[in-house]
Design a protein around this ligand. Structure first.
Ligand code: CP3
Length: 475
C-alpha cells in the first residue's frame, strides 16, 4: 500500500456498462489519469492495472467511488498532455481542470477479469456477426482468449526475400504489381505456402491510397516512396481528396476478395497511420530525422492537423473497404512514430490515429497498431484503441506488457537481424521471446520489424516451426 490520493472524477453507469475516470495523485509531481472502461458488470471488485507505472487500482463496479490504490511505483512516463476525447461532458470538464503542465499519462487500463469478455462481446456484439475465423489462434490471440498454439506471421513476409516473389514480380514499380489482382493474390499467398504462417497480409503498400487519389508519388525499388512535389502548403491539401475505395482502388478490393475466397486462415488488411504517411508526403522520400515533417507540425500546426485529418479519413475508407470485403483483422502501421517524444506524439499524432481506430471499432475485427522505436510510446500506442500492440525488439515482452496493461495483446518481437546469424541462433532467440511471454494468451509472434530482402527464408521457416511446436499458451 502506498501513500496516494485517489479521486474518482467521473462515473457513468449505463445498462451493463460502467465507465470510471480515476485520477490517482501519487505525489505532487506525478498524476496518473486512469481512464477505465469496464464493459460488463461483474460481481465483486474489478482490478485494473495501468501501463508502465504499474499502478493497480481496485474498485467495485456497483460502488465506483470506493476506489483504493493498492500498488504503485513512483515513476510515471512523462507521457502526455491529455488531449483526447472523453466520454462525457463531466469528464471533459474534469480533465480540463487538470494542470496541463504536470506530467500526465492516460493509461490504457482494462480489467484482467472482464477484459476478455468485453473484447469479444463488446467489440463484436455491436458490429459484425461472428467472424469466419473467430476460433482461429491468430484471432483468439489478438483478443487474449484461450487457443491451442502460438500464432505467428511476419511483417513484410510477402516480398523480396522470396525467390518465388522475385520470379513473378516483374520489372515495373510495386504500384504496378499491386494494380494486378491476380499477381497480388499470388504474392500474398507465397509466404503462406512457404512458411505456414497463421495469417496472410495483403500485398499492397501504405502509400497506395495517396497514389490512387492522385497525390503524385511512386515507390522506387531499393529506396521506397518518393514524391514529385512534396506537401508543403495549404494548397497541397487539394491533392488529397477523399478516397473512394471502389472507384479508386478496385484492384485492391478485388485482391482482398480473391484472397478471402482462397485462404483457409485470416487475412490482415492494413493502412498507414496519418503520421507515417504524412512523413513520406512531406519529406518526399524516406528520411532519417523527419526534419521537414516536424518543422511543419511545430510551425504550422493548423496545416499539420488538416493534413493528418485528411489522411485519417483516407485510412478509414481504405480499412473499412478491406474489412467489408473480408479482411479478418487490420494493422495500422505507424512505423516512424518512434521519432516523436511522448508529448509530441500526444499532441500531434494521437488524435488522428485514435480517429482511425475509433471509426472501425464497430466492425469488431481485431486492430493491431505498430511502430518502431516506440518503447516510450507503448502506453499511448495502446490507448489509441489497439487490441494488439506491435512491439519492436528493443523492449522485452514482459516489460512491454507492463507498459500496455495486461488486457492488451502484444505482437512481436524477435530482432529481425538474428535471422542473419543462422537458424540455430535465430531459433534460440525465438525461444527467448516465447519464454518472456510466459504462455500469456495475448501474444502473436512476429519479428520486431519487417523481413529484410537479404534474409534466408529457410531460417524463417525454422522459426515458425519452433513457435508452433514449442510455444505454449496458458488458459
Ligand atoms: O508482406 C507484407 O508485409 C505486405 C506488404 C507490405 C508492403 N509494404 C510491400 C512492399 C506492407 C504491409 C507494406 C507497408 C509499408 N510500406 C510500410 C509499413 C511497414 C514497415 O515496414 O514499417 C512502410 C513504411 C512502407 C513504405 C515502403 N514501401 C518502403 C519503406 C518500401 C521499401 C523500399 C525498398 O525497396 O527497400 C516500400 C516498397 C515495398 N512495399 C516493397 C514491398 C514488398 C519492396 C519493393 C518492391 O518489391 O518493389
Amino acid at each position: 500500500m502506498v501513500d496516494a490520493t485517489v479521486v474518482v472524477v467521473d462515473v457513468v453507469v449505463e445498462v451493463d456498462v460502467v465507465v470510471v475516470l480515476v485520477v490517482v495523485v501519487v505525489d505532487v509531481d506525478v498524476v496518473l489519469v486512469v481512464d477505465v472502461v469496464v464493459e460488463a458488470v461483474v460481481a465483486g471488485a474489478v482490478c485494473v492495472t495501468g501501463g508502465s507505472s504499474g499502478a493497480r487500482v481496485v474498485c467495485t463496479p456497483t460502488l465506483p467511488t470506493s476506489v483504493s490504490l493498492v500498488t504503485s511505483t513512483d515513476t510515471v512516463p512523462h507521457a502526455a498532455v491529455d488531449t483526447m476525447s472523453t466520454r462525457s461532458p463531466a469528464t471533459r470538464a474534469s480533465r480540463a481542470a487538470i494542470d496541463r503542465t504536470v506530467p500526465v499519462a492516460r493509461l490504457p487500463v482494462r480489467s484482467p477479469t472482464t477484459d476478455n469478455l468485453s473484447r469479444v462481446s463488446g467489440a463484436a456484439s455491436s458490429a459484425a456477426p461472428a467472424g469466419r475465423y473467430d476460433n482461429h489462434p491468430f484471432i483468439q490471440a489478438c483478443r487474449g482468449l484461450p487457443h491451442d498454439r502460438v500464432p505467428v506471421w511476419f511483417m513484410r513476409q510477402a516480398g523480396r526475400s522470396l525467390p518465388e516473389y522475385r520470379a513473378i514480380r516483374g520489372t515495373g514499380t510495386i504500384l504496378d504489381a499491386i494494380a494486378d489482382p491476380d499477381l497480388s493474390t499470388e504474392i500474398t499467398l507465397q509466404p503462406i505456402r512457404r512458411y505456414d504462417v497463421d495469417a496472410a497480409i495483403l500485398y499492397s503498400d501504405i502509400v497506395v491510397p495517396a497514389h490512387a487519389v492522385g497525390f503524385g508519388l511512386t515507390v522506387t525499388p531499393g529506396v521506397g516512396p518518393e514524391v514529385e512535389r512534396p506537401f508543403r502548403h495549404e494548397d497541397d491539401l487539394a491533392r488529397l481528396r477523399p478516397l473512394d475505395p471502389e472507384a479508386d482502388t478496385p484492384y485492391v478490393l478485388e485482391t482482398v476478395r480473391q484472397l478471402v475466397a482462397e485462404l483457409d486462415r485470416p487475412l490482415i488488411g492494413f493502412a498507414g497511420a496519418p503520421f507515417t504517411v504524412a512523413s513520406y508526403l512531406i519529406e518526399g522520400r524516406p528520411s532519417r530525422d523527419y526534419a521537414n515533417t516536424k518543422a511543419m507540425m511545430f510551425a504550422n500546426e493548423r496545416l499539420w492537423h488538416a493534413l493528418c485529418d485528411r489522411l485519417a479519413d483516407i485510412a478509414i475508407s481504405s480499412l473499412q473497404s478491406q474489412i467489408d470485403n473480408g479482411a479478418s483483422a487490420i494493422q495500422l502501421f505507424d512505423s516512424w512514430a518512434g521519432s516523436l517524444s511522448p508529448a509530441q506524439y500526444q499532441r500531434y499524432v494521437f488524435p488522428h490515429s485514435q480517429k482511425v481506430m475509433d471509426a472501425i471499432a464497430d466492425t469488431g475485427v481485431p486492430k493491431i497498431h505498430f511502430g518502431v522505436t516506440t518503447g516510450e510510446l507503448l502506453p499511448q500506442i495502446s490507448a489509441v484503441g489497439a487490441d494488439v500492440v506491435g512491439v519492436d525488439w528493443r523492449v522485452p515482452l514482459d516489460a512491454a506488457r507492463e507498459r500496455v496493461g495486461h488486457g492488451t495483446s502484444l505482437q512481436g518481437n524477435l530482432d529481425p537481424t538474428v535471422v542473419f546469424a543462422g537458424a540455430e541462433f535465430a531459433c534460440e532467440a525465438a525461444r527467448d521471446v516465447l519464454r518472456l511471454n510466459d504462455g500469456h494468451p495475448g501474444h502473436v509472434f512476429n519479428l520486431g520489424h519487417g523481413v529484410m530482402p537479404a534474409m534466408d527464408p529457410d531460417v524463417l521457416t525454422e522459426i515458425v516451426k519452433v513457435v508452433h511446436e514449442e510455444g505454449t499458451v496458458r488458459s
